[in-house]
Ligand binder design. Structure first.
Ligand code: ADP
Ligand code: MG
Length: 674
């Protein structure tokens, strides 16, 4: 594909290195420019298309920081409009007085005349991928424009689609469109209405890939046995009695479920969901102590080093009191110390080991591993489960996963299928609810004064910068800009910053410093979502809150209110449409993560397209588990996967499906799921 060669560098920046990558690089949204409006009928504040004649073109040179502007007057039989571009040199070259053009873009009212701001345009009669149609909008990165990417992907589709072979038979497709049609439509739909079916098909493939992996894991596990860990009544009572508080009823029920599971030789696969601060760790501690008392080793794995450290700090005193030896294992320990711990584990002297996923699943052989606790494991069920299975020297370990992201039950069942679920709904007594307020940008000065006042009282705060759907690098840029702005506005405060593109060590160091009270404010992207426990933090400001999922907002809010101090969450939003308002109201009105998750599901409904970052769920790119149709597809995919794997466990006879499965295999991220 020689004409693509020049685009290769551009595409590589987006991680597209093969035709297949390009085919699956899907838009996250579409602009429907298919209807052509007469200029006289343009409506302000909407994205629209028009066909018009260029009456004049004027170029105003830029000076200083002001970019060059190109301004065109447009006319048709019904009226006139203006189009304006900033610093786009190609516009000047391509636009001539007298041209018949189609322009597509956002229209605003300028005085008595409608104005297109930086619209796409093309000559009438030329087939364009940018105008007068349903236009895809893709995630971008620095140095790649929407226009360029769209053209490159259109060419990839032309070249690549003819050789796409559908991995599914007609019967398996079950009425969904063929793969090549689905891919074409997902990028360049003829009509907006076609998108849904196409995405359903692609979502189905993705869900099937996931279900094939799960079915294989089930198949592989069917014959495996876990140790029977029998906990005596006396041990149970003693362990629970050693806790510095009285357990809630939900905690007691959950402990009963876990101890019941590990007593049998069927390997436990249990998900424990409960809001931040609901006391999941306490349940884990009891289970670990019980397993050790019964003669087994336990491990607790956290997604980041800092979380692992905090778990260690929290659990060690309790387990010590029960005479259980706890070791902390992390990549950053001196080599000699690591070796010591490895030896202790191998000899069985180390009874409970706490560390990061990576460290524990990499280096260590446990002779008597009975119970593994996985904290905030977003990928439970896929990659890391396999890694653990491999070390079952004393049999398969029992696994308990903890998550603060509530997953509605039907959804969890259709995705995970074989997981048992325990739920802690009730919070320990005596918690003051976090006060949540919705404000717009005009209130920023007051909010900043409030942040400063809290800092003056010795409290700390978080500032979460907006999600940027188009690109992570833009998100980082906005974190940097916001930190800069706040440092100027609040020079008396010590302000730190963390984001997902920093090196893990730097991020951890900053968070550790913040947790130690060495900073007043932490500006952050969502990396703090699965984050740190800073009881002294009393306020979190979330900017452009409407861009976040509700469950995510709730998670973020959970970063405060973890100590004795009265805590506040400020949702900043300038969007006033009804849905956005209702969504934010849900978060303001409730501190119950489950209620919020259910509302989120309902409010998003099927209108939700691609690209919402989901947490607590498998990393799906196409499928949305907030879409009831896709939950149904997940169920269908599961049945199909069971049938296929039952007949052909290694997929030897279905190479295309094996390929599909690989294509969707999750890539393990380093550290936090930033
Ligand atoms: P989670 O892991 O669910 O976020 P934790 O187990 O870390 O919650 O508990 C949060 C805080 O509440 C900890 O300080 C813990 O000691 C405390 N806690 C847990 N259970 C109880 C309880 N039943 N009564 C009082 N405090 C509790
Ligand atoms: Mg926790």
């Amino acid at each position: 594909m020689p004409e693509l060669a020049r685009g290769a560098a551009t595409l590589a920046r987006l991680g597209i290195s093969t035709v297949r990558d390009g085919l699956w690089y899907l838009p996250f949204r579409y602009d429907d420019f298919s209807e052509l409006r007469p200029l006289g009928e343009l409506v302000p504040d909407e994205k629209q298309s028009a066909r018009a004649t260029v009456a004049t073109v004027r170029v105003e040179p830029g000076f200083g920081r002001r970019p060059q502007r190109v301004i065109a007057q447009l006319t048709d039989d019904t009226g006139t409009a203006e189009a304006i571009w900033f610093g786009r040199r190609y516009v000047e070259r391509r636009l001539q007085q007298g041209d018949e053009v189609i322009v597509s873009g956002k229209v605003t009212q300028r005085g008595w005349r409608p104005q297109f701001t930086s619209p796409e345009f093309s000559a009438v009669g030329r087939d364009s991928v940018h105008t007068a149609r349903v236009v895809p909008v893709y995630h971008l990165t620095v140095g790649v424009t929407q226009r360029r990417l769209r053209e490159l992907l259109a060419r990839i589709l032309d070249h690549g689609l003819p050789s796409v072979i559908d991995p599914l038979t007609d019967a398996e497709r079950h009425g969904l469109p063929a793969l090549d049609d689905a891919l074409r439509t997902a990028h360049f739909p003829e009509e907006a209405a076609d998108v849904k079916e196409a995405l359903d098909r692609l979502a189905f493939d993705e869900l099937l890939a996931l279900q094939l992996t799960l079915a294989q894991a089930r198949e592989a596990r069917a014959g495996l046995k876990a140790p029977r860990i029998a906990v005596s009544e006396a041990d149970r009572t003693e362990i629970i009695g050693a806790l510095p508080f009285t357990l809630t009823d939900d905690q007691i029920t959950t402990i009963g479920e876990v101890l019941g599971d590990i007593e049998t030789e069927r390997p436990m696969r249990r998900l424990l969901q409960g809001d931040v601060g609901s006391g999941k760790t306490a349940v884990a501690a009891v289970a670990l102590a019980a397993a050790v008392r019964a003669g087994w080793q336990g491990a607790l794995m956290a997604p980041t080093e800092i979380l692992a450290r905090q778990h260690h700090a929290g659990l060690a005193p309790l387990l010590d009191r029960l005479g259980v030896r706890v070791d902390f294992l992390s990549g950053s320990l001196p080599v000699a110390r690591k070796r010591e711990i490895h030896d202790a584990i191998a000899e069985g002297a180390a009874e409970v080991v706490i560390g990061t996923h990576a460290v524990i699943s990499e280096a260590v052989e446990f002779p008597r591993l009975g119970l593994v606790i996985v904290d905030e494991q977003h990928r439970f069920g896929v990659g890391q489960r396999a890694a653990l299975q491999a070390k079952g020297t004393g049999g398969e370990p029992h696994v308990l996963a903890l998550t603060a992201t509530p997953i509605p039950r039907t959804l969890a069942l259709s995705v995970y299928g074989d997981l048992s679920i325990s739920t802690i709904r009730e919070l320990p007594p005596g918690r003051e609810p976090i006060r949540t307020e919705i404000r717009d940008r005009r209130a920023l000065p007051k909010i900043e004064a409030f942040l400063a006042a809290e800092a003056g009282e010795g409290r700390q705060g978080f500032v979460v910068v907006p999600l940027v759907a188009e690109s992570r690098s833009l998100e980082v840029a906005s974190a940097e800009a916001e930190a800069e702005r706040l440092r100027e506005a609040l020079p008396q405060l010590r302000i730190g910053m963390v984001h997902g593109q920093q090196k893990a060590e730097l991020r951890d160091a900053t968070m550790t410093a913040f947790a130690a009270g060495e900073m007043d404010l932490l500006v952050a992207t969502t990396v703090i979502e699965v984050g740190i426990d800073v009881p002294n933090a009393s306020v979190i400001l979330i900017e452009d809150a409407e861009r976040f999922g509700l469950a995510q907002l709730h998670q973020l809010r959970g970063r405060v209110g973890r100590g004795r101090h009265r805590s506040f969450c400020i949702l900043l939003s300038d969007v006033t449409d009804e849905l956005a308002t209702r969504r934010l109201d849900v978060v303001r009105g409730s501190n119950d993560g489950f209620a919020i998750a259910e509302s989120d599901l309902q409010l998003r409904g099927a209108g939700n397209l691609l690209g919402t970052r989901q947490s607590g769920l498998p990393p799906l790119r196409v499928a949305s588990l907030f879409d009831p149709r896709h939950v149904e597809l997940a169920q269908r995919a599961r049945e199909l996967a069971d049938g296929i794997i039952g007949a052909d466990p290694s997929l030897a006879g279905r190479p295309l499906l094996a390929r599909l499965q690989q294509d969707f295999a999750p890539i393990e991220e380093e550290g936090d799921a930033a």
